[in-house]
Design a protein around this ligand. Structure first.
Ligand code: ASP
Length: 453
């Protein structure tokens, strides 16, 4: 049995949904199908998830969201018309949205998640109905009935372990099962969503739960590329990657997969195949436990901005037992997760994602560290970007860091920080955000330009 997931662009219009259904029905093993909400049909279009967020925010502000509701309903109406599904399903979707609104809220995040989840939920109902209209035995599956339970971290939920056993029962159901991505339920029965792009995670959870042969993730590109195609013209296509490589690349900006996608399938060793809904003949990229190292030390170059760093200096820090634990326990008490902690003998820096923390919290954390740990200095560095040079082949190859730093120097990029984990699967460079594009281009030229290989 295969699990396949289709992203927003694959659901953006009636024509796209027809392609999805052709792909699903062309292989009898494709029986568990995860769908996103309709995404952008053209460049200036707005994703249904964003329309739903607008709707929720308008309602929270003014208790009125008629205009926003109509925008969402007309998106689905256009799709339903193109699929010849009649008005019934459009009325159902409108009622579904109105019921969600009428349930009220005791806090904002809960309400926003309930509204956001309507995108995938109604997509799944619509696709199941369309397949039935073609004569297939297809069912919409409600994540609550199937037992997909999540932590009650609204907008950023994580899977609860008991879900896997519940979801494994889907294996025994007949027909084609259409499962909405992106959300599940808290133990108290509230809708909770993953972070944005989280339908990828749903697909991975389902693949692990039913022990699928493969997790096919259909998107709108032919494969994963060695660097961002918006920056590098015709970058090298990657046919096989390991989970570790993909995890590092997704972490640092490869948006083809949500960065939390791989954990469930990785634990079960289920391969992932990234494929293109618009070109199903293309074999795409396989992500698996191991691969043959045939392509040189580096598989890909990724980079992303949006980080800040708290730099702590204390003379003789290296002799002070428990120093780092005390710093990290302040972060824990403030519910902040850190990304990296590069250190020297008398310095540590804590790298945080800006989107995980606001200015007040940063100031509070800095005051607490300065006061409780009596440090000599504590400063903040803004506008940090991270660039990762990623590849399993680096482990047995000498001089990769040298080549990378020389390339960055040639590109005029100042390195603020370097970090290499013990797995040697990646080298991370902390640089100024303004240098990000130059850094990626220089590193790509160094490792992928044929003249340098
Ligand atoms: N629709 C959600 C989003 O736009 C989740 C997803 O598509 O994966 O973030």
């Amino acid at each position: 049995m295969k699990v396949c997931k289709f992203g927003g662009t694959s659901l953006a219009s009636a024509d796209q949904i027809k392609k999805v259904c052709d792909i699903v029905t062309s292989d009898p093993e494709r029986r568990l199908v995860v769908v996103s909400a309709p995404g952008k049909e053209f460049d200036d279009d707005i994703k249904v998830t964003d329309l739903l967020i607008n709707l929720a925010e308008a309602y929270l502000k003014t208790q009125n969201c008629d205009k926003e509701l109509n925008q969402v309903v007309s998106r689905y109406q256009r799709i339903a018309e193109g699929l010849n599904l009649g008005d019934g399903i459009v009325k159902d979707i409108e009622n579904n949205l109105k019921t969600r609104i009428s349930l009220g809220y005791d806090h904002k995040e809960k309400f926003i998640d309930r509204m956001k989840a309507a995108g995938e939920d109604n997509s799944a109902r619509l696709v199941a109905k369309y397949l039935r209209s073609l004569g297939y035995n297809a069912k919409y599956i409600n994540p609550k009935d199937a037992g997909l339970y999540l932590s009650d971290e609204y907008g950023n939920a994580r899977i609860l372990p008991q879900s896997f056993k519940n979801l494994s029962k889907l294996r025994d159901m007949d027909g084609i099962l259409i499962f909405p991505g992106f959300f599940g339920y808290s133990l108290s029965g509230e809708v909770v969503t993953f972070s944005r792009g989280g339908s990828d995670i749903t697909g991975s959870i389902l693949a692990a739960a039913i022990e699928a042969d493969i997790y096919e993730n259909f998107t709108d590109v032919n494969s994963v590329y060695a660097a961002n195609p918006k920056l590098i013209k015709n970058p090298k296509a990657i046919s096989v990657l390991t989970y570790r490589e993909m995890r590092e690349l997704a972490y640092a900006g490869f948006s083809v997969l949500h960065e939390e996608t791989l954990a469930p399938v990785f634990r079960k060793g289920i391969p992932v195949n990234i494929r293109n809904t618009n070109n199903p003949e293309s074999k795409g990229t396989i992500i698996a436990t191991t691969r043959k190292i045939t392509n040189g030390p580096v598989s890909g170059i990724a980079g992303t901005g949006g980080f800040l760093t708290i730099n702590i200096h204390k003379y003789l820090m290296n002799r002070e037992i428990g120093f780092v634990r005390k710093v990290l326990s302040i972060l824990e008490e403030e519910s902040v997760s850190f990304e990296h902690v590069p250190s020297g003998i008398d310095d540590i820096s804590i790298i945080l994602r800006k989107k995980h923390i606001d200015d007040d919290k940063v100031s509070r954390i800095m005051e607490r560290i300065a006061h409780n740990l009596v440090v000599d200095s504590i400063t903040i560095g803004y506008d940090l970007a991270l660039v990762m040079v990623v590849g399993e082949g680096m482990m047995n190859s000498i001089g990769v860091a040298g080549r990378a730093t020389t390339a960055l120097a040639k590109g005029g990029v100042n390195i603020r920080m370097i970090n290499q984990g013990s797995s040697e699967v990646s080298i991370m460079f902390g640089i100024d955000e303004k240098d990000l594009d130059a850094a990626i281009i220089s590193l790509y030229d160094e490792f992928f330009d044929e003249n340098n290989e």
